[in-house]
Design a protein around this ligand. Structure first.
Ligand code: NAP
Length: 317
Protein backbone atom coordinates (compact mmCIF):
# COMPACT_ATOMS: atom_id res chain seq x y z
CA UNK A 1 0.00 0.00 0.00
CA UNK A 2 1.27 3.43 -0.95
CA UNK A 3 0.57 6.70 0.84
CA UNK A 4 -1.69 9.22 -0.90
CA UNK A 5 -2.58 12.76 0.20
CA UNK A 6 -5.80 14.40 -0.99
CA UNK A 7 -5.42 18.11 -0.27
CA UNK A 8 -9.12 19.02 0.05
CA UNK A 9 -12.33 17.29 1.16
CA UNK A 10 -13.69 15.42 -1.92
CA UNK A 11 -16.84 13.52 -2.89
CA UNK A 12 -16.96 10.10 -1.09
CA UNK A 13 -16.60 8.15 -4.36
CA UNK A 14 -13.17 9.72 -4.97
CA UNK A 15 -11.80 8.85 -1.53
CA UNK A 16 -13.40 5.38 -1.82
CA UNK A 17 -11.66 4.64 -5.14
CA UNK A 18 -8.25 5.55 -3.68
CA UNK A 19 -8.78 3.94 -0.24
CA UNK A 20 -9.59 0.56 -1.81
CA UNK A 21 -5.95 0.28 -2.90
CA UNK A 22 -3.92 2.71 -0.80
CA UNK A 23 -3.53 4.44 2.55
CA UNK A 24 -5.26 7.81 2.02
CA UNK A 25 -4.98 10.96 4.12
CA UNK A 26 -7.48 13.73 3.40
CA UNK A 27 -6.55 17.26 4.42
CA UNK A 28 -9.50 18.64 6.37
CA UNK A 29 -9.13 22.24 5.15
CA UNK A 30 -10.80 23.94 2.15
CA UNK A 31 -8.01 26.54 1.82
CA UNK A 32 -4.67 26.31 -0.03
CA UNK A 33 -1.75 24.39 1.45
CA UNK A 34 0.95 26.35 3.26
CA UNK A 35 4.60 26.20 2.20
CA UNK A 36 5.40 23.90 5.14
CA UNK A 37 2.50 21.57 4.27
CA UNK A 38 3.57 21.31 0.61
CA UNK A 39 7.18 20.51 1.52
CA UNK A 40 6.08 17.88 4.09
CA UNK A 41 3.62 16.36 1.59
CA UNK A 42 6.36 15.94 -1.06
CA UNK A 43 8.56 14.24 1.54
CA UNK A 44 5.97 11.92 3.11
CA UNK A 45 3.52 10.78 0.39
CA UNK A 46 3.92 8.69 -2.77
CA UNK A 47 1.27 10.64 -4.66
CA UNK A 48 -0.55 13.91 -3.97
CA UNK A 49 -3.91 15.13 -5.30
CA UNK A 50 -3.58 18.95 -5.16
CA UNK A 51 -5.72 21.70 -6.67
CA UNK A 52 -5.93 25.45 -7.37
CA UNK A 53 -4.13 27.49 -4.72
CA UNK A 54 -1.58 24.77 -3.88
CA UNK A 55 1.38 26.68 -5.29
CA UNK A 56 3.99 24.00 -5.98
CA UNK A 57 6.68 26.44 -7.13
CA UNK A 58 10.31 25.68 -8.03
CA UNK A 59 11.29 26.90 -4.57
CA UNK A 60 9.01 24.32 -2.87
CA UNK A 61 10.56 21.41 -4.82
CA UNK A 62 14.05 22.70 -4.05
CA UNK A 63 13.25 23.15 -0.35
CA UNK A 64 11.77 19.63 -0.08
CA UNK A 65 15.09 18.11 -1.30
CA UNK A 66 14.35 14.49 -0.21
CA UNK A 67 11.22 14.00 -2.35
CA UNK A 68 9.19 10.80 -1.97
CA UNK A 69 6.21 11.84 -4.16
CA UNK A 70 6.31 10.72 -7.78
CA UNK A 71 3.05 12.32 -8.90
CA UNK A 72 1.01 15.48 -8.48
CA UNK A 73 -2.44 14.50 -9.84
CA UNK A 74 -3.99 17.93 -10.15
CA UNK A 75 -7.75 18.33 -9.62
CA UNK A 76 -8.55 20.72 -12.49
CA UNK A 77 -7.54 21.17 -16.12
CA UNK A 78 -5.64 24.40 -15.33
CA UNK A 79 -2.31 23.72 -13.61
CA UNK A 80 -0.60 27.12 -13.69
CA UNK A 81 -0.16 26.90 -9.88
CA UNK A 82 2.34 24.05 -10.41
CA UNK A 83 5.82 24.64 -11.85
CA UNK A 84 5.79 21.62 -14.16
CA UNK A 85 9.39 22.10 -15.31
CA UNK A 86 10.62 22.15 -11.70
CA UNK A 87 8.43 19.14 -10.84
CA UNK A 88 9.95 17.10 -13.70
CA UNK A 89 13.45 18.19 -12.74
CA UNK A 90 12.78 16.65 -9.32
CA UNK A 91 11.33 13.44 -10.78
CA UNK A 92 7.69 14.37 -10.09
CA UNK A 93 5.11 13.78 -12.84
CA UNK A 94 2.05 16.03 -13.17
CA UNK A 95 -1.42 15.10 -14.46
CA UNK A 96 -4.62 17.17 -14.84
CA UNK A 97 -8.34 16.56 -15.52
CA UNK A 98 -9.10 17.71 -19.10
CA UNK A 99 -12.44 17.23 -20.81
CA UNK A 100 -14.65 16.26 -17.85
CA UNK A 101 -15.23 19.91 -16.91
CA UNK A 102 -15.63 21.34 -20.41
CA UNK A 103 -19.45 21.45 -20.49
CA UNK A 104 -19.87 22.82 -16.97
CA UNK A 105 -17.36 25.61 -17.64
CA UNK A 106 -18.91 26.48 -21.01
CA UNK A 107 -22.33 26.60 -19.35
CA UNK A 108 -20.92 29.06 -16.83
CA UNK A 109 -19.51 31.26 -19.60
CA UNK A 110 -23.03 31.47 -21.05
CA UNK A 111 -24.34 32.27 -17.57
CA UNK A 112 -21.94 35.24 -17.44
CA UNK A 113 -22.78 36.39 -20.98
CA UNK A 114 -26.52 36.28 -20.30
CA UNK A 115 -26.40 37.65 -16.76
CA UNK A 116 -24.23 40.61 -17.76
CA UNK A 117 -26.06 41.46 -21.01
CA UNK A 118 -29.50 41.14 -19.39
CA UNK A 119 -28.51 42.86 -16.13
CA UNK A 120 -29.59 39.85 -14.07
CA UNK A 121 -27.42 40.76 -11.07
CA UNK A 122 -28.84 44.27 -10.93
CA UNK A 123 -32.38 42.92 -11.23
CA UNK A 124 -31.83 40.39 -8.48
CA UNK A 125 -30.36 43.01 -6.18
CA UNK A 126 -33.38 45.25 -6.85
CA UNK A 127 -35.88 42.51 -5.97
CA UNK A 128 -33.97 41.31 -2.89
CA UNK A 129 -33.72 44.88 -1.58
CA UNK A 130 -37.50 45.26 -1.80
CA UNK A 131 -36.98 48.17 -4.24
CA UNK A 132 -38.92 46.71 -7.21
CA UNK A 133 -42.16 48.61 -7.67
CA UNK A 134 -43.45 46.88 -10.81
CA UNK A 135 -42.85 46.33 -14.53
CA UNK A 136 -42.44 49.28 -16.86
CA UNK A 137 -41.27 49.52 -20.47
CA UNK A 138 -37.89 51.12 -19.84
CA UNK A 139 -36.82 49.29 -16.71
CA UNK A 140 -33.35 47.68 -16.64
CA UNK A 141 -33.01 47.48 -20.40
CA UNK A 142 -30.12 45.27 -21.34
CA UNK A 143 -28.54 44.01 -24.54
CA UNK A 144 -29.79 41.29 -26.87
CA UNK A 145 -27.64 38.14 -26.94
CA UNK A 146 -29.38 36.18 -29.70
CA UNK A 147 -28.02 36.93 -33.17
CA UNK A 148 -25.00 38.96 -31.99
CA UNK A 149 -21.26 38.40 -32.51
CA UNK A 150 -19.26 36.17 -30.19
CA UNK A 151 -15.45 36.35 -29.98
CA UNK A 152 -13.45 33.51 -28.39
CA UNK A 153 -9.85 33.94 -27.28
CA UNK A 154 -8.42 30.40 -27.19
CA UNK A 155 -10.43 27.90 -29.24
CA UNK A 156 -9.56 24.80 -27.18
CA UNK A 157 -11.99 22.35 -25.59
CA UNK A 158 -13.82 24.98 -23.51
CA UNK A 159 -13.58 27.70 -26.17
CA UNK A 160 -15.23 25.38 -28.69
CA UNK A 161 -17.95 24.35 -26.25
CA UNK A 162 -18.76 28.03 -25.64
CA UNK A 163 -18.73 28.74 -29.38
CA UNK A 164 -21.10 25.81 -30.10
CA UNK A 165 -23.54 27.09 -27.50
CA UNK A 166 -23.35 30.56 -29.03
CA UNK A 167 -23.79 29.33 -32.59
CA UNK A 168 -26.42 26.59 -32.16
CA UNK A 169 -28.22 27.99 -29.11
CA UNK A 170 -28.21 31.72 -29.76
CA UNK A 171 -27.60 32.07 -33.51
CA UNK A 172 -24.39 34.01 -32.84
CA UNK A 173 -21.73 34.65 -35.46
CA UNK A 174 -18.50 33.23 -34.03
CA UNK A 175 -14.96 34.53 -34.58
CA UNK A 176 -11.82 33.61 -32.63
CA UNK A 177 -8.09 33.89 -32.12
CA UNK A 178 -5.97 30.86 -31.32
CA UNK A 179 -2.29 30.00 -30.99
CA UNK A 180 -2.53 27.50 -33.88
CA UNK A 181 -5.05 26.89 -36.71
CA UNK A 182 -8.11 24.81 -35.75
CA UNK A 183 -10.30 22.40 -37.72
CA UNK A 184 -13.82 23.02 -36.42
CA UNK A 185 -17.10 21.24 -37.13
CA UNK A 186 -19.20 24.43 -36.87
CA UNK A 187 -18.91 27.80 -38.59
CA UNK A 188 -16.36 30.20 -37.05
CA UNK A 189 -13.75 32.56 -38.50
CA UNK A 190 -10.18 32.64 -37.22
CA UNK A 191 -8.86 36.21 -36.90
CA UNK A 192 -5.20 37.17 -36.94
CA UNK A 193 -4.96 39.58 -34.01
CA UNK A 194 -6.65 40.01 -30.66
CA UNK A 195 -7.41 43.68 -31.29
CA UNK A 196 -9.07 42.93 -34.65
CA UNK A 197 -11.21 40.28 -32.92
CA UNK A 198 -12.04 42.65 -30.04
CA UNK A 199 -13.12 45.38 -32.48
CA UNK A 200 -15.70 43.30 -34.29
CA UNK A 201 -17.49 41.30 -31.57
CA UNK A 202 -20.25 42.08 -29.05
CA UNK A 203 -19.01 39.52 -26.49
CA UNK A 204 -15.31 38.73 -26.01
CA UNK A 205 -14.72 35.54 -23.98
CA UNK A 206 -11.32 34.36 -22.76
CA UNK A 207 -10.62 30.60 -22.63
CA UNK A 208 -6.81 30.22 -22.76
CA UNK A 209 -4.75 28.62 -19.96
CA UNK A 210 -3.11 30.84 -17.32
CA UNK A 211 0.64 31.04 -16.71
CA UNK A 212 3.66 32.92 -17.98
CA UNK A 213 2.82 32.57 -21.72
CA UNK A 214 -0.60 34.23 -21.38
CA UNK A 215 0.10 36.65 -18.50
CA UNK A 216 -1.79 39.93 -19.21
CA UNK A 217 -2.60 38.74 -22.75
CA UNK A 218 -5.71 40.92 -22.42
CA UNK A 219 -4.82 44.50 -21.54
CA UNK A 220 -5.59 48.15 -22.27
CA UNK A 221 -5.09 47.76 -26.04
CA UNK A 222 -7.71 45.03 -26.29
CA UNK A 223 -10.26 46.95 -24.20
CA UNK A 224 -9.65 50.12 -26.24
CA UNK A 225 -10.34 48.14 -29.42
CA UNK A 226 -13.68 46.78 -28.12
CA UNK A 227 -16.98 48.45 -28.97
CA UNK A 228 -18.33 50.73 -26.21
CA UNK A 229 -21.30 48.32 -26.11
CA UNK A 230 -18.99 45.30 -25.85
CA UNK A 231 -19.07 42.88 -22.94
CA UNK A 232 -15.93 41.11 -21.72
CA UNK A 233 -16.09 37.64 -20.08
CA UNK A 234 -13.29 35.72 -18.34
CA UNK A 235 -13.72 32.08 -17.30
CA UNK A 236 -10.03 31.21 -17.84
CA UNK A 237 -7.56 32.46 -15.21
CA UNK A 238 -7.29 35.86 -13.56
CA UNK A 239 -3.69 36.49 -14.56
CA UNK A 240 -4.58 36.36 -18.28
CA UNK A 241 -6.22 39.77 -17.81
CA UNK A 242 -4.63 43.03 -16.68
CA UNK A 243 -7.29 43.67 -14.02
CA UNK A 244 -6.28 47.31 -13.51
CA UNK A 245 -6.70 47.94 -17.26
CA UNK A 246 -10.11 46.22 -17.15
CA UNK A 247 -11.24 48.45 -14.28
CA UNK A 248 -9.97 51.55 -16.11
CA UNK A 249 -11.81 50.52 -19.32
CA UNK A 250 -15.05 49.95 -17.40
CA UNK A 251 -14.69 53.29 -15.56
CA UNK A 252 -13.99 55.14 -18.83
CA UNK A 253 -16.96 53.49 -20.58
CA UNK A 254 -14.67 51.91 -23.19
CA UNK A 255 -16.67 48.71 -22.71
CA UNK A 256 -20.22 48.22 -21.45
CA UNK A 257 -19.72 45.48 -18.89
CA UNK A 258 -17.86 42.39 -17.74
CA UNK A 259 -18.66 38.91 -16.46
CA UNK A 260 -15.89 37.42 -14.35
CA UNK A 261 -15.39 34.01 -12.75
CA UNK A 262 -11.67 34.42 -12.01
CA UNK A 263 -9.48 37.22 -10.62
CA UNK A 264 -5.87 38.25 -10.67
CA UNK A 265 -5.38 37.88 -6.89
CA UNK A 266 -8.05 35.36 -5.97
CA UNK A 267 -9.96 35.34 -3.66
CA UNK A 268 -9.39 39.12 -3.46
CA UNK A 269 -11.79 40.96 -5.76
CA UNK A 270 -11.01 44.69 -6.16
CA UNK A 271 -13.54 46.99 -4.50
CA UNK A 272 -13.78 48.97 -7.76
CA UNK A 273 -15.28 45.90 -9.45
CA UNK A 274 -17.55 45.09 -6.51
CA UNK A 275 -19.03 48.60 -6.71
CA UNK A 276 -19.88 48.41 -10.43
CA UNK A 277 -23.46 47.43 -11.29
CA UNK A 278 -22.52 46.46 -14.86
CA UNK A 279 -20.15 43.70 -13.75
CA UNK A 280 -21.21 40.14 -12.90
CA UNK A 281 -18.90 38.59 -10.30
CA UNK A 282 -18.83 34.86 -9.56
CA UNK A 283 -16.55 33.02 -7.11
CA UNK A 284 -14.66 30.73 -9.54
CA UNK A 285 -17.65 28.44 -10.19
CA UNK A 286 -16.64 27.20 -13.69
CA UNK A 287 -16.58 23.47 -12.91
CA UNK A 288 -18.79 23.63 -9.81
CA UNK A 289 -21.46 21.03 -10.46
CA UNK A 290 -21.68 17.89 -8.34
CA UNK A 291 -21.40 15.65 -11.43
CA UNK A 292 -18.36 17.49 -12.78
CA UNK A 293 -16.49 17.71 -9.48
CA UNK A 294 -17.01 13.95 -8.94
CA UNK A 295 -15.77 13.24 -12.49
CA UNK A 296 -12.71 15.46 -11.93
CA UNK A 297 -11.94 13.70 -8.65
CA UNK A 298 -12.34 10.24 -10.19
CA UNK A 299 -10.05 11.13 -13.12
CA UNK A 300 -7.43 12.47 -10.71
CA UNK A 301 -7.83 9.29 -8.62
CA UNK A 302 -7.48 7.10 -11.75
CA UNK A 303 -4.27 8.94 -12.62
CA UNK A 304 -2.92 8.11 -9.15
CA UNK A 305 -4.06 4.47 -9.30
CA UNK A 306 -2.40 3.98 -12.73
CA UNK A 307 0.79 5.68 -11.66
CA UNK A 308 1.11 3.73 -8.40
CA UNK A 309 0.42 0.49 -10.32
CA UNK A 310 3.45 1.29 -12.47
CA UNK A 311 1.40 2.19 -15.54
CA UNK A 312 1.44 5.42 -17.55
CA UNK A 313 -0.90 8.06 -16.07
CA UNK A 314 -4.09 8.71 -18.09
CA UNK A 315 -3.83 12.46 -18.58
CA UNK A 316 -0.25 13.77 -18.19
CA UNK A 317 0.22 17.49 -18.79
P1 NAP B 1 -7.32 23.55 -23.95
O1 NAP B 1 -8.22 22.58 -24.62
O2 NAP B 1 -5.89 23.21 -23.79
O3 NAP B 1 -7.48 24.94 -24.71
C1 NAP B 1 -6.64 26.02 -24.51
C2 NAP B 1 -6.63 26.86 -25.78
O4 NAP B 1 -5.84 28.02 -25.55
C3 NAP B 1 -6.02 26.11 -26.97
O5 NAP B 1 -6.83 26.33 -28.10
C4 NAP B 1 -4.66 26.73 -27.10
O6 NAP B 1 -4.17 26.83 -28.44
C5 NAP B 1 -4.86 28.13 -26.58
N1 NAP B 1 -3.59 28.61 -26.02
C6 NAP B 1 -2.76 27.94 -25.20
N2 NAP B 1 -1.68 28.69 -24.91
C7 NAP B 1 -1.84 29.84 -25.56
C8 NAP B 1 -1.06 31.01 -25.65
N3 NAP B 1 0.12 31.12 -25.04
N4 NAP B 1 -1.54 32.03 -26.40
C9 NAP B 1 -2.70 31.91 -27.06
N5 NAP B 1 -3.50 30.81 -27.00
C10 NAP B 1 -3.06 29.80 -26.27
O7 NAP B 1 -7.85 23.85 -22.47
P2 NAP B 1 -9.35 23.89 -21.95
O8 NAP B 1 -9.72 22.55 -21.41
O9 NAP B 1 -10.22 24.53 -22.96
O10 NAP B 1 -9.18 24.86 -20.69
C11 NAP B 1 -8.73 26.20 -20.88
C12 NAP B 1 -8.45 26.86 -19.55
O11 NAP B 1 -9.67 27.20 -18.91
C13 NAP B 1 -7.73 25.99 -18.51
O12 NAP B 1 -6.34 25.97 -18.71
C14 NAP B 1 -8.14 26.61 -17.19
O13 NAP B 1 -7.16 27.51 -16.73
C15 NAP B 1 -9.43 27.34 -17.53
N6 NAP B 1 -10.57 26.78 -16.78
C16 NAP B 1 -11.24 27.54 -15.89
C17 NAP B 1 -12.31 27.01 -15.18
C18 NAP B 1 -13.07 27.81 -14.17
O14 NAP B 1 -13.46 27.25 -13.14
N7 NAP B 1 -13.35 29.07 -14.40
C19 NAP B 1 -12.69 25.68 -15.37
C20 NAP B 1 -11.98 24.93 -16.30
C21 NAP B 1 -10.91 25.48 -17.00
P3 NAP B 1 -3.62 25.56 -29.28
O15 NAP B 1 -4.82 25.07 -30.06
O16 NAP B 1 -2.56 26.12 -30.13
O17 NAP B 1 -3.12 24.56 -28.28
Amino acid sequence: MKKVLVTRPMPDAVIGALSAAHKVAVRDDTGPMSRVEMIAALQRFDAILPTIGDAFSAEIFAAASEIRAGLLANFGVGYNHIDVTAARAHGVEVTNTPGVLTDATADLALTLILATARRAGEGERLVRAGRWHGWHPTQLLGQQVTGTRLGIVGMGRIGQAIARRGHYGFGMEVAYTNRSPKALDFPARQIETLTALAAEVDFLVVAVPGGAATHHLIGAEVFAAMKPTGIFVNIARGDVVDEAALIAALKAGEIAGAGLDVYENEPEVPEALRLMENVTLLPHLGSATLETRAAMGLLAADNILSFLAGEAPISPV
